[in-house]
Design a protein around this ligand. Structure first.
Ligand code: FES
Length: 94
C-alpha cells in the first residue's frame, strides 16, 4: 500500500496473504495489528481510535496499537506485525 493513502491519525485495513491487518499511522509511524478483536473477533477497524488505543465497537475492549495488549488485562494480546516504509510503500512482515 502507498503510504500517502494512510494520512496521520487514520486507519485502514489491508489483507497481506489474506490476513486482515489494521494499519494505523501515529506520529509518522505505521503500526500494524490484527483487525480481529481478541474477545469475539469483531472488526477493530470499525472501532474508535483514542491516541494509541483502539476500542472495539462490539463490547468496548481496548488495545494498545503499539503492542496489541488488552488495556484491562495485559496477558491478553492481539497479534502485531512489524512494518517498514520504503519508497512510500508500506510493508508488513507477516
Ligand atoms: S468482540 Fe471486541 S470487545 Fe467483544
Amino acid at each position: 500500500m502507498d503510504e500517502i493513502q494512510l494520512p496521520e491519525d487514520t486507519m485502514t485495513v489491508a489483507f497481506p496473504f489474506g490476513i486482515p491487518v489494521l494499519l494505523v499511522k501515529k506520529q509518522g509511524t505505521v503500526y500494524a495489528l490484527s483487525n480481529k478483536c481478541a474477545h469475539m473477533g469483531c472488526t477493530l477497524s470499525r472501532g474508535t481510535l483514542w491516541g494509541y488505543t483502539i476500542q472495539c465497537p462490539c463490547h468496548e475492549w481496548s488495545f494498545d496499537i503499539r503492542t496489541g495488549t488488552f488495556i484491562t488485562a495485559g496477558q491478553i494480546r492481539i497479534p502485531v506485525y512489524e512494518t517498514k516504509v520504503e519508497n512510500n510503500k508500506i510493508y508488513v512482515k507477516i
